[in-house]
Design a binder for this molecule. Structure first.
Ligand SMILES: NC(=O)c1ccc[n+]([C@@H]2O[C@H](COP(=O)([O-])OP(=O)(O)OC[C@H]3O[C@@H](n4cnc5c(N)ncnc54)[C@H](O)[C@@H]3O)[C@@H](O)[C@H]2O)c1
Length: 317
């Protein structure tokens, strides 16, 4: 089996996990890593026995590299993703994909024009419990979908200094809501503000409404002294709850309460395995560039809604 030659741009807290997993997977070959911080690049490259770069343009000249994970600061993702696509590499760009929708659209267009594979790091979709919920919604095992509530709160991860909680954190749940409902919201109303963070918002309550009458509520903040990441989905016949941290899933109805169990799996490993498989088999990814753009559009609408204190209508395709 030919291994896919891969590289990682940005090997901080998250990118070094990409590098580790590319080393672990049997069908990927980690060729090199790049980090703007020379010391970090050297340390991570030595840890995985690959070449270190501080300039991605240099690294991308290497023909052995076929695909790249872009895991830089959020404000650098678009620039680095575009560089990699122009160098004819397939790209997994971390969420939020770009700092704005316009940049994200440029990434998608460049990938399409060059016939390259593009996916976005919406990790939650790879958690088996979330896939179970999506299936339960689609097959109406919980009846008609009524509403969904997501909570993603913790202390401020201080390394994040270039985007606020909406584009960094709530964006996961914005994507989850699209994924489980298989529908785009028609309007968003949000209350967003900053209590401790000087530059960006650190709390957000976002309500999404859908043409079919269902609604979703997303609570995100960097103020809560402990970490919670949960999803509750209410159907007309049953309610499901998922704890993203433990991956525990509950389904409760009038008749029964069940707890389907899946062996704990590292979502990032599933995501990167899928990335490599999709490239090898020329398959459409579970998370497309369009998914990335749509999540950013909702995030931007939430920020506008809060700034103007009005519900913002979203354009349907
Ligand atoms: N999908 C997820 O669940 C998930 C989880 C954590 C982080 N992320 C995303 O991953 C990205 C990185 O987050 P982090 O927590 O690792 O941040 P971090 O600050 O720990 O790491 C970012 C690294 O990128 C490097 N860097 C910045 N610009 C660069 C450039 N142009 N070229 C090369 N290196 C560059 C920095 O030196 C740093 O080492 C963010 O976009 C974040 O949203 C996603």
């Amino acid at each position: 089996m030919k291994k896919l030659g891969v590289a990682v741009i940005g090997t901080g807290f998250w990118g070094k996990n990409h590098a580790r997993i590319y080393k672990e997977l049997t069908n990927t070959n980690l060729v090199a890593i790049c980090d703007a911080d020379a010391e970090r690049a050297k340390t991570i490259a030595a840890q995985f026995g690959v070449k270190a770069y501080t300039n991605s343009a240099q690294m991308l000249k290497n023909k052995e590299i076929e695909a790249v994970s872009v895991c830089t600061w959020s404000t650098m993702l678009a620039k680095e993703a575009l560089k990699a696509l122009h160098a004819e590499k397939h790209v997994l760009v971390e969420k939020p994909m770009a700092t704005n929708t316009k940049q994200a659209e440029k990434i998608l267009k460049t990938a399409q024009e060059n016939g390259l594979h593009l996916t976005v790091g919406f990790l939650m979709r790879f958690i088996p419990g979330l896939q179970h919920i999506r299936d339960a919604v689609e097959t109406k095992k919980i009846g008609e979908l009524v509403s969904a509530t997501a909570k993603r709160v913790s202390e401020w991860p201080e390394r994040i200094g270039d985007v606020g909680v909406v584009k960094d954190t709530a964006i996961h749940d914005i994507d989850v809501m699209r994924y489980i409902s298989n529908e785009d919201p028609i309007s968003v109303y949000a209350k967003i503000g900053s209590m401790r963070h000087r530059k960006f918002e650190d709390y957000a309550q976002i309500m999404l409404t859908y043409e079919s009458g269902k609604s979703a509520f997303i609570e995100s903040n960097w103020l809560t002294p402990y970490k919670t990441r949960t999803l509750t989905v209410t159907g007309s016949d049953a309610i499901t709850r998922l704890d993203y941290i433990t991956q525990e899933l509950w389904i409760e109805s009038n008749k029964e309460s069940i707890q389907p169990r899946y062996p704990f799996q590292e979502p990032l490993k599933l995501e990167l395995q899928h990335f490599a498989d999709c490239i090898a088999e020329k398959k459409k990814p579970l998370v497309t560039g369009v998914d990335g753009i749509k999540a950013l559009q909702v995030a931007e609408a939430a920020l506008r809604s809060s700034a103007k204190n009005v519900a913002v209508k979203l354009k349907q395709p």
